[in-house]
Design a binder for this molecule. Structure first.
Ligand code: NDP
Length: 328
């Protein structure tokens, strides 16, 4: 029986724990493609899974890691053959299906996306679920019909993974980007990514009024709770906000005033069960529309052994931009 290195999460009478260990091949779950994982990442959700702070893991033992990039080792799926480079995001991987913080993964071929031409596996994981979610948010705003001439775009949770990529994508698309961040020390970083203005996180995070001064026409919200309520209350007439995150909280203590008095739209972003056709579009656009030099600047590369401490750091808001885990 062969084994491979993995970050295994267990929950039993001894409690909830995560540790890097050897995992038996025979214990891999069902799937028609086996992948040698070369790179993964640490997302906010991985932080929740590894620390057990929120019940995102729904099967034990679990291997953490909601996304990975790697090379197909074996395949019974018509679209993939050994040697193909692939990416996976979501579909419950790292939550209900064994995840990407492992040297090997077995998954459904239908979940895989070919690595787009022009991106390395490391770059794909530098983008990761966070960057792909930022692109889904931009695509949602575009589908809605939002355009830079309508006014500025706000990005909350700006120095985080989704926020950083959202700023880069929106500014490249011509938007005047207002970044909301709780980290004043990241001012230069945010300007360099493409933010034109930076506002203090505290301006939006406390309970606010149902409607405020109209400040932005569009936005990407990574934070939820009072922040999203205030973002909506300050959105221009007939503007739209793409909501993807809950870093402040899952609640939305808002009123209907922005919707019924200003025609504001709230666009929901789900990366996990997003249909394949939209994933392919998002990844192909990311390969072409994200400045590779900027991508390198937002990325910190860590070893497999550093994943547990990085998981704790991301929940404490200490991780800037994106993290790539070298698995191979
Ligand atoms: P990060 O931890 O990298 O970024 C989150 C950012 O939110 C932080 O960097 C910080 O930004 C800000 N933040 C943290 N805590 C608070 C707080 N208490 N109040 C206000 N702002 C806060 O996470 P990601 O960028 O990877 O993910 C962002 C969110 O999006 C998460 O909630 C994640 O679960 C969600 N997500 C959802 C997806 C989907 O499919 N819908 C997919 C991917 C992510 P700053 O320091 O600049 O203020």
């Amino acid at each position: 029986m062969s084994t491979f290195k993995a970050l295994r999460i267990d929950k039993d009478d001894a409690g909830y724990r995560a540790a890097i260990t050897q995992f038996d091949d025979a214990d891999l779950m069902e799937g028609d493609v086996t992948v040698r994982v070369t790179h993964s990442t640490v997302n906010y959700k991985d932080g929740l899974a590894i620390t057990g702070k929120s019940p995102v893991v729904r099967r034990f033992p679990m291997i953490s890691g909601i996304d990975f990039a790697g090379v197909v080792e074996s395949s019974q799926h018509a679209e993939f053959k050994p040697g193909d480079q692939v990416i996976l995001n979501g579909w419950g991987v790292g939550e209900t299906h064994l995840g990407g913080h492992a040297q090997r993964a077995r998954v459904k071929g239908d979940w895989l996306v070919p690595l787009p031409a022009g991106l390395s596996a490391a770059q794909a994981m530098s983008i990761g679920t966070a960057g792909y979610t930022a692109m889904l948010a931009l695509m949602a705003l575009e589908r809605f019909g939002a355009k830079p001439a309508d006014g500025p775009a706000i990005v909350t949770g700006a120095a985080g993974g989704v926020g950083s990529v959202a700023i880069a994508l929106l500014s490249r698309a011509g938007w005047h980007v207002i970044a909301s961040s709780g980290r004043p020390q990241e001012k230069d970083y945010l300007h360099h990514l493409g933010a034109s203005e930076i506002i203090e996180r505290a301006e939006l995070s406390a309970p606010g009024r149902p409607l405020g001064k109209e400040r932005w026409a569009a936005g990407v919200d990574c934070v939820g709770s009072h922040t999203l309520a205030n973002v909506l209350a300050q959105t221009k007439t007939h503007g739209a906000i793409a909501a993807c995150g809950l870093a402040q909280g899952m609640d939305l203590p808002a009123t209907v005033a922005p919707f019924i008095l200003r025609g504001v739209s709230l666009l929901g972003i789900d990366s996990v069960m997003c249909p394949k056709v939209k994933r392919l579009e998002a990844w192909n656009r990311l390969a072409h529309e994200l400045d590779h030099a900027k991508l390198a600047e937002i990325t910190t590369t860590i070893s497999f052994d550093e994943v547990p401490e990085t998981a704790r750091a991301i929940l404490e808001g200490h991780v800037r931009g994106r993290v790539v885990v070298e698995i191979a």
